[in-house]
Write a protein that binds this ligand. Structure first.
Ligand code: KIV
Length: 302
């Protein structure tokens, strides 16, 4: 640590050998053509595992609403819920960059309110950046003026569910491709440090990735983006229902939890859990004192 307070080693503070991921390291990865990894997480345990696996960025997505809180879509998630879960993630993460997703309604009414809400994420939850959906160019500039790094998000933006008329792949017509390209370039110029491209044809994502300086992070946008993001619960088979075609399931955690819970139930019911080894025992002296007392009581009753 230098006298100015800058961590000149650029390693994380805890003695952990992994480097702290920052806006600059994400940009460097794009320049070096190194693929960037991002996963969602919403709690201490999973965020810790994701961080320890050296994933570059952890997004506390508003998908929280669907995969953890059981809402039908992402629109109902509140600022307080997002702050609460971002804090839990923050406590777990040492190296990855933590990004908080601004929930629907927290940046849609007016820019002053949006800046205040974004600042809350940095100040009250320890997020290092926020993500906003759509090409809100003036808002991105306002956020950067307030020292808040911004991840953009275009294409299939779940907070526009009703306007889009459902979760549909975007950018299929020439006009739609042009609009996506225009929005991506405008967000890039406005200064987003990365840009999520969701649910768009691979060819469009490839063109955007080649055109912009910012790192593109794809989800359902093909393999040519600078990085990929997925919802953690989707890759673990913990999100219930059919997954979209771009999801690859890397584990069946739902199956494992279900097996473990069934085994617990049957072992308790059969009286084989807990075992002798899984029980605490009295110290010998206390045990023999208790036996003496019981013996005396029995003798008095005779
Ligand atoms: O909320 C979310 O999880 C997202 C993604 C980009 C996966 O916005």
């Amino acid at each position: 640590m230098s006298i100015t307070g800058f961590n000149t080693s650029s390693k994380s503070n805890s003695g952990d050998p992994r480097r702290k991921v920052t806006v600059s390291s994400i940009q460097q990865k794009k320049q070096r053509q190194e693929r960037i990894t991002c996963l969602t997480a919403y709690d201490y345990a999973t965020a810790r595992l994701v961080d320890e696996a050296a994933i570059d960025m952890i997004l506390v997505g508003d998908s929280l609403g669907m995969v953890v809180l059981g809402y039908d879509d992402t629109m109902a998630v509140t600022m307080e819920e997002m702050l609460h879960h971002t804090r839990a993630v923050r406590r777990a993460v040492k190296s990855a960059m933590v990004i908080a997703d601004m929930p629907y309604g927290s940046y849609h009414a007016d820019e002053d309110g949006a800046v205040k809400n974004a600042v809350r994420f940095l100040k009250e939850s320890g997020a290092e950046a926020v993500k906003i959906e759509g090409a809100r160019i003036e808002l991105v500039k306002r956020l950067l003026d307030a020292e808040v790094p911004v991840m953009g998000h275009i294409g299939l933006t779940p907070q526009s569910l009703h306007k889009m008329g459902g979760f549909k792949v975007q950018g299929k017509s020439l006009a739609a491709v042009e609009k996506l390209m225009k929005d991506a370039v405008a967000l890039d110029r406005a200064g987003v440090f990365s840009l999520v491209l969701e649910g768009i044809p691979r060819e469009v994502a490839t063109m955007i990735t080649a055109e912009v300086n910012t790192a593109t992070i794809g989800i359902g946008a093909g393999p040519d983006c600078d990085g990929q993001v997925l919802v953690l619960h989707d890759i673990l088979n913990l999100s219930f229902g059919d997954a979209p075609k771009f999801v690859r399931r890397y584990a069946d955690v739902a199956g494992q939890i279900s097996n473990a819970v069934h085994s617990f139930k049957s072992e308790v019911e059969a009286g084989v859990f807990p075992s002798e080894d899984e029980s605490y025992h009295l110290p010998k002296e206390t045990q023999s004192a208790l036996e003496t007392i019981s013996e005396r009581k029995r003798a008095m009753r005779r």
